[in-house]
Every structure is written in structure tokens, then in C-alpha cells.
Design a protein. Structure first.
Length: 145
């Protein structure tokens, strides 16, 4: 499976995937455009039959890397794409010299929590009402590198 860098040509498809995957908290075109060009960010994706079906991004601040997002088209889930993208995040963070990878995940997102735990992430704490407008708590998780 090839994990490739995202480009501005991917933006329309990213908007589509965000909407399907994250509903009310989906990033807009403006937010995605800003993210892809922001300092310290790295974004990558996976294609199937020439169409972007998964993507992930991280922010490295000079010490730790933060998972900004990870998502796979529902029609392409459970085929190992999320695993490849998370492995890319961890490898990229390590290459950048990060001491750890941090992330937030909805406490009710069993699929993502299982994926993260299988990569060695551990729950650090809980942020109350972190996700708005859904009003759902987040677990913070950490992987030491
Ligand atoms: C989380 C997500 C990225 C996983 O992507 P994926 O391509 O399906 O992941 P993989 O196929 O690599 O699955 C890896 C493992 O994660 C776990 N997993 C994935 N989806 C699962 C589900 N629906 N239920 C339970 N476990 C699940 C399984 O242990 C799976 O291994 P297995 O298929 O051998 O049992 C995907 O479900 C997704 O995009 N969800 C919506 C967006 C989201 O919540 N992103 C995370 C925000 S923090």
C-alpha cells in the first residue's frame, strides 16, 4: 500500500471525506487549505483505483508530534489503510526527532481507540466536552518514541 503526500489537488476529495467521516465537526475547505500549508504539518493519503480513500496528518512542534487527523472512506475501512496511515504518522514523527506522539480521540470511538492501542498508544487522560458541537469527551493518548 502506497502512502503519498497530499497536494492541493486533493482538497475537493478531502472536503467530501471530512463530511462523511466527521459530520458536524468536519473541517471546511478553508481549514483544510490552511492546515496543508501550515508550518510543522505533514499530511499523507492512500489511493484506491486512483481515488483518495484515506488520509492522515501530524503537527510537529519541535518536541512532540500531534496526530491532527486520520480517516478512511467507510467503503474502504477494515482493509489495513488506517494501520498504514498510522504507521506513516509514527515513522514520520520518529524521523522528525519527536519524543512522543500525542492524540485526542472521542471516548466512544472504539474503532480508532482499538487502532491506536494496537500501535502501542496509551490513554493519558480525559478532556471533558472536548468535541463541540457534539459535546463529547476525548481521551488523550500517547506513544513514547
Ligand atoms: C479509525 C479508522 C481510521 C480505522 O481505519 P481502517 O482503515 O478501517 O483501519 P484498519 O483496517 O487498519 O484496522 C485496524 C484495526 O483497528 C480496529 N478497528 C478498525 N475499525 C474497527 C471497527 N469498526 N470496530 C472495531 N475495531 C476496529 C481493528 O482492530 C482493526 O484490525 P482488524 O481489521 O484486523 O480487526 C476508521 O475507522 C475511520 O476513518 N473512522 C472514522 C474517522 C475517525 O474516527 N478517525 C479517528 C479520529 S481520532
Amino acid at each position: 500500500m502506497t502512502v503519498r503526500a497530499l497536494a492541493t489537488a486533493d482538497l475537493p476529495r478531502l472536503v467530501e471525506l471530512e463530511h462523511v467521516l466527521f459530520g458536524a465537526s468536519a473541517w471546511t475547505l478553508g481549514m483544510l487549505t490552511e492546515e496543508l500549508g501550515a508550518p510543522g504539518r505533514a499530511y499523507a493519503g492512500v489511493d484506491a483505483d486512483g481515488v483518495l480513500v484515506g488520509y492522515a496528518g501530524l503537527w510537529f512542534d519541535g518536541d512532540v508530534a500531534q496526530v491532527m487527523t486520520i480517516g478512511v472512506d467507510p467503503a474502504a475501512q477494515r482493509r489495513g489503510i488506517g494501520t498504514s496511515l498510522l504507521a506513516w504518522v509514527v515513522d514520520t514523527a520518529r524521523d522528525l526527532g519527536a519524543s512522543a506522539v500525542l492524540l485526542e480521540v472521542r471516548v466512544d470511538n472504539d474503532a480508532a481507540i482499538t487502532l491506536y492501542e494496537r500501535h502501542g498508544f496509551e490513554v493519558l487522560g480525559r478532556r471533558r466536552r472536548y468535541y463541540q458541537p457534539e459535546d463529547v469527551d476525548a481521551f488523550t493518548m500517547r506513544l513514547a518514541l
